[in-house]
Design a protein around this ligand. Structure first.
Ligand SMILES: [Zn+2]
Length: 427
């Protein structure tokens, strides 16, 4: 008891010291170093125009100004990217960085059991650290990670990246997804049912929905992920309304997984979620509700099914905002997780979207979904200095996004393969 009291006094003393108004020595008030990134081209994704002979002036991790033509402004560091094209850093709004299935190890159930039973939380976080680094090096400077991360291991990875312990994109995380009973497992034997709670927060009634939202926020969630339908089960309108109400009251937004027909998507849309994930068979009726309520569609298309492509065209025609998410979690030989995620863009061009709209859905629209009140996913004064550069023109060939040669996050260079120009930062 006495030792406890001593600790309490020491803590109180330390807090008291911290609160003293100590004068700062003059030399601690320094201006942030200025970095200038020069390139032959910059694609203004918002306006859809190319700017030539561009210098982006960066300080304190933010874009200060963009100078077009004329002499390159002076700075503490000049990074010359030669003939490359600058773009905002890519944003993937549907990732599972702490989750990896290997088809060589069996089907989805085999893989999920192995992941839950055979991997400690630390293993999941370290798997996530590898995938986070690979995503960043592929040009993804921000991701929204939507569950399948065990119990709060995504929070640990997000915070480790924010602290600079490991390299990775800025992360928005959801902790465990809320789901009907059984999560996304089908046909588990009774003995295995406690495993579900390691991956999902199971909901049975509106009050349990509210409690799960409160728990997720307490655990560190930036977003709430809800599996609206799984197998034959579907959360009810009153459950979804309770979840959305509870989350929004805390200023936290809601992403809803909805597949297999239209009912789950309609329940989610009417409840006022902020994004609908997948929505492979979403109807025009649901798209109309989404447009009215400002709900973003996050297609996670990996195939080439004609009806999937058709619903992308219907969503574009309806004016519904589209933010692209990879939903990548399978091991692919010869590719990193970032390489797998970067392959998604040509599918949207194949579905009928213009290259410019795909670029907006990869940067600007997801930026506005994640941080509505601050510029993200755009190169503009006041925005985070998240930049990538590619060789070639992405308006002609969206495939250039699979070969990103320069990555900067928060004003720090992550990768630069564009050596050769005067003042290149690294080989
Ligand atoms: Zn997913």
């Amino acid at each position: 008891m006495r030792a406890f009291l001593c600790v309490k006094l020491a803590v109180a003393f330390a807090w008291g010291l911290a609160a003293l108004p100590l004068p700062l020595p003059a030399q601690t008030v320094e201006r942030a170093p200025v970095t200038v990134v020069r390139a032959a081209h910059l694609l203004d994704v918002r306006e859809g125009r190319h700017l030539d002979d561009v210098a982006v002036v960066i300080a304190g991790g933010e874009v200060q100004s963009i100078v077009v033509g004329g002499p390159v402004p002076r700075g503490d560091e000049l990074i010359d990217l030669g003939d490359a094209t600058l773009l905002p850093g890519l944003i993937d709004v549907h990732t599972h960085l702490l989750h990896e299935y290997d088809r060589a190890r069996g089907d989805d159930l085999d893989n999920s059991i192995r992941e839950i039973v055979g991997m400690r939380g630390a293993d999941r976080a370290l798997l996530g650290a590898r995938n986070a680094r690979d995503m960043l090096e592929a040009g993804f400077t921000t991701v929204r990670d939507l569950g399948n991360a065990g119990v709060n291991n995504d929070v640990a990875l997000r915070d480790a990246i924010a602290e600079g312990w490991v390299a990775g994109p800025r992360m928005f995380v959801s902790t465990r997804a809320l789901s009907p009973i059984g999560g996304q497992f089908q046909g588990l034997a009774e003995v295995a049912r406690p495993l579900v709670e390691r991956e999902y927060a199971q909901i049975d009634g509106p009050e349990q929905g509210r409690r799960a939202v409160r728990q997720a926020i307490h655990d560190g969630a930036d977003w709430i992920k809800v599996i609206v339908n799984s197998g034959r089960q579907m959360l009810s309108p009153t459950e979804m309304e309770a979840i959305v109400d509870e989350a929004h009251r805390a200023g936290v937004r809601v992403a809803a997984h909805a597949t297999k027909g239209d009912r789950a998507a309609m329940i989610a849309a009417r409840a006022g979620v902020d994004s609908i994930e997948h929505g492979y068979t979403i109807s025009d009726e649901v798209l109309a509700v989404m447009l009215r309520k400002g709900i973003t569609l996050v297609p996670t298309d990996s195939g080439t099914a004609e009806h999937h492509k058709a619903r992308i065209r219907r969503a574009v025609a309806a004016g519904v905002r589209i933010a692209i998410g990879s939903d990548a979690y399978h091991k692919v030989d010869g590719l990193t997780r970032g390489g797998v995620a970067a392959r998604i863009y040509p599918r949207y061009v194949a579905a009928g979207m213009s290259n410019l709209d795909v670029l907006r859905s990869a940067t600007l629209v997801p930026g506005e979904l994640l941080v509505p009140d601050h510029p993200l996913g755009t190169i503009a004064p006041g925005a985070r200095a998240d930049l990538i550069a590619v060789r070639g023109n992405p308006l002609d060939d969206i495939g250039v996004l699979e070969r990103v040669d320069f990555v900067m996050k928060d004003g720090s260079t992550v990768l630069n393969r564009l050596a050769g120009g005067p003042g290149s930062a690294s080989p």
